[in-house]
Design a protein around this ligand. Structure first.
Ligand code: MUC
Ligand code: MG
Length: 368
């Protein structure tokens, strides 16, 4: 049996090409954490944790501390194949979803390498590639149109998640209209308000966009405004997607049973592979659609995302959010993930195919 000997957490910083803005925050630098699981057989597993304080209350520093203080001691000596046992040990500490997810994913990388199989095959091996959708940050209508056109022309991407959630909502309506008229009817557009709108603004914005062909709306407003949220779900003709309001399987169940969303965003960067697979099963059982979401993942986390997306039928039914890394100026890999004709293929190498460029880690790490 392979045994975990240590888990390292390496904080690094890579600038964004341009700031990425959304209703609950703005990122200008990928201040993420590279998590590295070492084993007695010499196999090394990797994953990337992108802290999102405004969503989970984690920071780069807190993720590093959570790994060294809690999760490395909890997992050292464990057999990486004992995923349920390891999950139970991680779950003794509440919160810290991004740190836990990275530990889980790095352990799957070890498992794949130990059995000589790509993890997408171990998880389900459904598709050879997945369609990619791109997140468009907040900007003026012309900035958003220029960015979408550039992404479409460069990567062949024809689905966009448009950030909205500004006040007054007319600013967003104008941007979405501009995108629709510039990109034409063949492009898919859906919206993410990141909890920004208030009261019935979401319903009003959707009414103003009734002829704009909007596929879905994520996190319309404050999730804690329970009755408002239910009214939005009840009255909207567009499916409402739960993202940061339901980041664990139990919350997903609660919101769906409450009729507080119609679909679920699954992010491997917050529920790893082990718990993300449970959410896929829960949603399938309830006949609820899922979206493979993105936590503004860097290139390493993107390899995890595409692995999970390609492994399951449910996550291939819609385009997966796998292109956020193109806004980051560099990456820690020898080769970055590739998007061709709007699609991305999961790595075929054993494990997650994460080939780290050690010189880049030395260059971008901020702990020495
Ligand atoms: C999204 O879907 O909300 C923004 C913040 C975060 O945690 O993820 C992104 C995208
Ligand atoms: Mg979202």
């Amino acid at each position: 049996v392979v045994k975990v000997t240590a888990i390292e957490a390496i904080p690094f910083e890579i600038p964004f090409r341009r700031p990425f803005a959304f209703a609950s925050g703005t990122v200008t630098v990928a201040d993420h954490v590279l998590v590295r699981v070492r084993t007695d057989e010499g196999i090394v597993g990797h994953a990337e944790a992108p802290p999102r304080p405004y969503t989970y209350g984690e920071s780069q520093t807190s993720i590093v501390a959570a790994v060294y203080d809690w999760f490395s001691p909890a997992v050292t000596g464990a057999d990486p194949f004992g995923r349920e046992r390891i999950s139970a040990r991680l779950a003794r500490i509440v919160g810290n979803p991004t740190a836990k997810a990275a530990v889980d994913i790095a352990l799957w990388d070890v498992i794949g390498q130990a059995v000589g199989q790509p993890v997408h095959s171990l998880l389900g091996g459904f598709a050879e590639s997945v369609r990619v959708t791109h997140m468009l940050g907040l900007g003026s209508p012309s900035e958003m149109v220029d960015e979408a056109s550039r992404i479409r022309d460069t990567y062949g991407i024809s689905s966009f998640k448009v950030k909205v959630g500004r006040t007054p909502f007319a600013v967003d309506v104008e941007a979405v209209r501009a995108l629709r008229s510039a990109l034409g009817d063949d492009v898919e557009l859906y919206l993410d308000a990141n909890r920004g709108w208030r009261g019935d603004d979401a319903l009003r914005a959707l009414a103003a966009l009734a002829d704009a062909g909007i596929a879905m709306l994520e996190e319309p407003g404050r999730a804690d405004d329970i009755l408002t949220r239910r009214r939005t779900v009840e009255r909207s003709l567009v499916p409402i997607v739960g993202d940061e309001s339901c980041t664990r399987a139990a919350e997903v169940a609660r919101l769906l049973l409450d009729r507080s969303c119609d679909m679920i965003s699954i992010k491997t960067s917050r529920t790893g592979f082990t718990d993300s697979a449970k959410i896929v099963g829960l949603c399938e059982g309830l006949g609820v659609g899922v979206v493979l979401g993105n936590q503004i993942d860097g290139a390493v986390a993107t390899l995890a995302g595409v692995t999970f997306a390609a492994a399951h039928r449910a996550t291939t039914e819609r385009p997966a959010e796998l292109s956020a890394f193109v806004d980051i100026a560099d990456h820690l890999l020898i080769e970055p993930p590739e998007i061709v004709d709007g699609r991305m293929a999961p790595p075929q190498q054993p494990g997650l195919g994460i080939a780290i460029d050690d010189d880049k880690v030395d260059h971008y790490r901020v702990d020495r």
